[in-house]
Design a protein around this ligand. Structure first.
Ligand code: NI
Length: 136
């Protein structure tokens, strides 16, 4: 019997979308106002899903208190109130789109889940826009 367990966390970060290899005009064409030089912020919502068997001794797939702690230590404490282009080691050199942030978060978590398996990283950048990465 396998189940999916979800933990939701939030963080607020700033970013600027631009590719240093593009001209200024090309950056504006591709990223529009997201390329504005001083960046802008989002209130991100992160949902992480772990998939696995129920441990008969605890009744848990993974202890959600523990998953919360892992997410805080490895992800949200490092991203919250930071500028993703400049201040986060694991985002260095990456265009901080929701897609790339989700993949980077997966990399932060992949080998740190003590029970079950990391199944999905879902990242909401706005109420209407989100991406989901499943490790492929
Ligand atoms: Ni943005």
């Amino acid at each position: 019997m396998k189940l999916y367990v979800t933990r939701r966390e939030t963080f607020s970060s700033s970013h600027r979308l631009f590719n240093p290899q593009f001209s200024e005009e090309k950056n504006v064409e591709v990223f529009d106002k997201c390329a504005n030089p001083y960046g802008h912020g989002h209130n991100y919502v992160l949902e992480v899903i772990v998939f696995g068997e129920i441990d008969p001794n605890t009744g848990y797939v993974i202890d959600l208190k523990l998953l919360k702690q892992i997410l805080k230590e490895n992800v949200t404490n490092k991203l919250d109130h930071r500028h993703l282009n400049y201040e986060v080691d694991f985002m260095s050199g990456i265009i901080p789109t929701a897609e790339n942030i989700a993949v980077a978060i997966w990399g932060q978590l992949e080998d740190k889940i003590p029970a079950g398996k990391l199944y999905s990283v879902k990242l909401y950048e706005t109420e209407n826009n989100y991406v989901e990465y499943k490790g492929e």
